[in-house]
Design a protein around this ligand. Sequence first.
Ligand SMILES: C[S@@+](CC[C@H](N)C(=O)[O-])C[C@H]1O[C@@H](n2cnc3c(N)ncnc32)[C@H](O)[C@@H]1O
Length: 199
Amino acid sequence: MELPRVVFFGRSGSDALQFFDLDLADWRGARILDCPGGPGSLVATARRNGVEAVAVDPLYALPSPEIEQRCLEDLDLSLERIAQSDALRADIDLAAYRRSKLIALEEFLADRLAHPESYLTASLPNLPFGAGSFDLVVCGHLLFSYAPLADGGLFPTVEPLLTQLPPRWAGQLTTTAYDQGFEGATPLLLLERGGPDRT
Ligand SMILES: C[S@@+](CC[C@H](N)C(=O)[O-])C[C@H]1O[C@@H](n2cnc3c(N)ncnc32)[C@H](O)[C@@H]1O
């Protein structure tokens, strides 16, 4: 699927947990960064489950009515392109998919209104956090998206980079059980820093 720009697209907290293969019970007392957060409800879901999470996205600079409008436009654009994709499976219900995105947008807008401090405007690669600020960072549909599905949805350069990680870092490419509705598995890149000081 080809998209003309990075779309402002989010997912529900429960979808995000499945997407990243996470159980929030394992992260109580930890701090999570979701970058890019998009119009998604992972932060709201984490909060409801007693886990502290922060989302970052450049479009959080926009006021809520513009955020909503941009999300709705990009949802329509994405759905149009998804519907045309040869990789889309016939059993996928795109109307239900759209509804789930609208619910995520609604939860996101309500949570941002109630907890604006949890939604920061910033852009990779320059984030306003010191080393060791988070125990877990999740990044969905940005760094390695927008690559041909024929390449596994990841830029072919990613795998060789795993041999050049800094000391104490380990990485692996795996797959997630999350069903995006396309033929083939959804790749997941896991990077972990070991050792006594996990910063
Ligand atoms: C397709 S959405 C992904 C949202 C969410 N992570 C998910 O998987 O549903 C891509 C997001 O990346 C954001 N974005 C674009 N450039 C960025 C950058 N340099 N740093 C951080 N986020 C960026 C966009 O505003 C958009 O919200």
